[in-house]
Design a protein around this ligand. Sequence first.
Ligand code: GDP
Length: 434
Amino acid sequence: KSVVAIVGRPNVGKSTIFNRLVGERISIVEDIPGVTRDRIYAEGEWLTSTFNVIDTGGIEIGDEPLLVQMRHQAEVAIDEADVIIFLVNGKEGITAADEEVAKLLYKSNKPIVLGVNKIDNPEMRERIYEFYSLGFGEPFPISGAHGLGLGDMLDEVVGNFPKRETEVPDEDTVYFSLIGRPNVGKSSLVNALLNEDRVIVSEMEGTTRDAIDTHLHKDDQDFVIIDTAGMRKRGKVYESTEKYSVLRALKAIERSDVVLVLIDAESGIREQDKKIAGYAHEAGRAIIIVVNKWDTIESDEKAIRDFEEKVRAHFLFLDYAPIVFLSAKTKKRLHTLIPAIKMASENHSIRIATNVLNDVIMDAIAMNPTPTLKGKRLKVLYATQVAVKPPSFVVFVNDPELMHFSYQRFLENKIREAFGFVGTPIKIFARRRQ
Ligand code: GDP
């Protein structure tokens, strides 16, 4: 998928435009603390194109001076994006900071679309002309606040997307990635996996600009490790920024069936771990929590139980994810990982026969009667699985309004009890059927 980045000095309206571009696709049913706030990466849509949008304004690093911040943001955009939207403020005209951003962007050979924001009515349109002098061609008048002019600008953005062959994933291959903050041991674990006994490894031609995929065969199963450039291309100045590693993770998650969320046993669980894991969960991927550096812990059954409790308390929304304790360094317990990936992937793409599913649903309803709202009782007619990866179910009911989320959660738990689904989220939707 093509990537669009929005850059510009502070307060030109980057986040407003970002939210406009990604629209209601950003709305999240579940409320995962710390995940959905300050989002910087999401899917946008225009006509027949879907693309990913980065709000570089969200990539801040502590209290660095403005110029340093802008340089980081421009660097991320230049590195990551296929098309850059350079946003300026039509009410204020060209400022020195705009010129600084422009200078950084001159160095890129990416297509740049100049958006002049805060042109809230046609009378203000003439203000765009001074922006020609920035040297990025025709300025597009837009109003993030009122949603004006976005279509013309997006035509230009989409028209500049590179033509690339779409990747067709192999159905029989399990694609997985490793995510986690810097230094949790992602590269070490990849290397450990590749050097494991009876693993046959072959490098694949990079299918996207910045991913290096590695093919491996183990336990009669083909796997592809999606290795983002973040693991190999080291030492970039922005590698240190927290949000930047999130960006890397997101790109890998998008192409994965199974995501390994790495946690550092030595330094413990951090807020950032949760945020990264939250993205994998939201994307509906199968997830395994990997506690790495287990060699640094005095390891007995109790230590595992204690750590497991801590992980569960921090990652309430990942209650379905198995936890694997291992050491990439000593390879202790490493052999448990591939079977866990295989199992999670199988559960992620399971199809449940409709009659079996309905037996489970009807048993559940017999045990715990459906809720009523204002004297009206929820009636469940039948359920059916509509998708895999993750397994998704539609429950046909008399009125979806009556499906209280706690009852939906109850049905979800019953489905889980019956079919396992270890390692994968599942989705349930209520639909009206008379
Ligand atoms: P990445 O940034 O997530 O790719 O992390 P690296 O793989 O570069 O590892 C970061 C540091 O942690 C390096 O110094 C590794 O040697 C160390 N490390 C990785 N895995 C383990 C482990 O299982 N045990 C210990 N003790 N150290 C590890």
